[in-house]
Design a protein around this ligand. Structure first.
Ligand SMILES: *Cc1c(COP(=O)(O)O)cnc(C)c1O
Length: 398
């Protein structure tokens, strides 16, 4: 993950890891000495601490976030014949998780300003077979808990949260993972809380779901060599849990840093809004944990999104697109019968979104450089917004 000096990477994990390197090495060393590599002590410790941090009673570690969705839905009793409502604009793992549970995914469109699932559209998609709604707390912002709970209560639905991008996010007094019956988290390295590899967790308040999940992740065996379900092998490694135990106490501060970075982007980008650079809206204040900082490059912009991304790359600024193709138009899922035009907001967002560099440790100078580069690329007619002249050569990242 070495990036040359002067390049502003999209994500840089060394700001997280360097200050705690010794603690990380000690934690790993302890696991090596104890030898409890699978379902070991560090795992149960992490499961309890992370559940507590989310405000729920149980955490069950699994191999990745996708397994947390697939097995989690199964543990909630959802499967073949059941419909699960989810947004069309999410990472494909959300969809794959639902399909693996055996349930039928039903897509709905999103709100164009927040990119979050449109709950009015979700309400219209409810049928006699709908069992659950699966909100994705996309980019680190929670879907409105009150609106979700109203919908779930009125229609007798279960809420299953995809919180893979929203560790410790908050909205209206609720924490991500504590709104629904169960919630899936991912610890992929670049997530707000990341392992040194893959990892995931199911959070729930319900003891029975937690017990079923423990069995499902361990070949469907509630006790050794006694199999009540056809489960799989999907456990969060003790080593990864040990790493996550070291990192968890810093998560709040890292999230706060992300929020402050987002505020700086918001402030500096404001004058560019009439020129077609429009940040995704934040409706949850400092409860937004900004897994990603995403702008829309709208039709008002003189240059297209892809061209802007290419030009930024030429100026040594790495960006991302989350996501370029909505789930319902992915080649693998054409048999589901959806078509272009079914979810206009999700489809337009895929054309417009651009994720700017975002990670704890990203400096003010870098943020200003990113914005002033965009400003320059848009044309010279825009009044200057960054008074601090930051030249690329003065930026030392490596
Ligand atoms: C990362 C992610 C997942 C899947 O997590 P993995 O650990 O990569 O399997 C699911 N949903 C969303 C929204 C994600 O961002």
């Amino acid at each position: 993950m070495n990036t040359p000096v002067n390049v502003i990477p999209f994500v840089d994990l060394k700001f997280q890891h360097q200050p705690i390197q010794l603690k990380l090495e000690q934690a790993i060393h302890t696991v090596i000495q104890q030898g409890d590599y699978v379902l070991g002590q560090a795992l149960s410790e992490f499961e309890q601490s992370f559940a507590t941090a989310c405000g729920v009673s149980h955490g069950v570690g699994v191999a990745c976030g996708t397994d947390a969705i697939a097995l989690g839905l199964q543990a909630c009793g959802i499967g073949a014949g059941d419909e699960v409502i989810l947004p069309a604009n999410t990472f494909v793992a959300t969809l794959i998780g639902v399909l693996r549970s055996g349930a039928t995914p039903v897509f709905v469109d999103c709100d164009p300003d927040t990119a979050l699932i449109d709950l009015n559209a979700a309400e219209r998609a409810i049928t006699g077979k709908t069992r659950a709604i699966l909100p994705v707390h996309l980019y680190g912002q929670m879907v409105s808990p009150h609106h979700l709970l109203d919908l779930a209560t009125n229609y007798g639905l279960l809420i299953f949260e995809d919180a893979a991008q929203a560790h410790l996010a908050q909205r209206d007094g609720y924490r991500a993972g504590s709104v629904g019956t169960a919630a899936a988290f991912s610890f992929y390295p670049s997530k707000n809380l990341g392992a040194f590899g893959d990892g995931g967790l199911l959070a729930t308040n319900e003891a029975i779901i937690s017990e079923t999940m423990r069995s499902l992740r361990n070949y469907g065996a509630p006790r050794k060599y006694y199999h009540t379900d056809c489960g799989i092998n999907s456990r969060l490694d003790t080593l990864q849990a040990a790493v996550l135990n070291v990192k968890l106490p810093y998560l709040m501060a890292w999230n706060r840093d992300r929020y402050h970075i987002a505020q700086q982007y918001d402030r500096l980008l404001k004058p560019l809004e009439p020129f077609g650079i429009v940040p995704i809206q934040n409706h949850s204040g400092d409860g937004h944990v900004y897994h990603l900082y995403v702008v829309r490059v709208t039709a008002d912009c003189l240059i297209g999104r892809d061209e802007l991304q290419t030009e930024l790359a030429a100026a040594s600024i790495q960006t991302g697109i989350h996501y370029p193709i909505p789930c319902h138009l992915q080649p693998a899922f054409q048999q589901m019968g959806y078509h272009a035009g079914d979810f206009p907001h999700a489809e337009t967002l895929c054309q417009e979104v651009l994720s700017l560099p975002m990670y704890p440790g990203l400096s003010e100078a870098h943020i200003a450089y990113v914005v002033s580069t965009i400003e320059t690329l848009l044309g010279s007619s825009i009044p200057s917004i960054a008074d601090v002249p930051v030249s690329c050569s003065s930026l030392v990242v490596g």
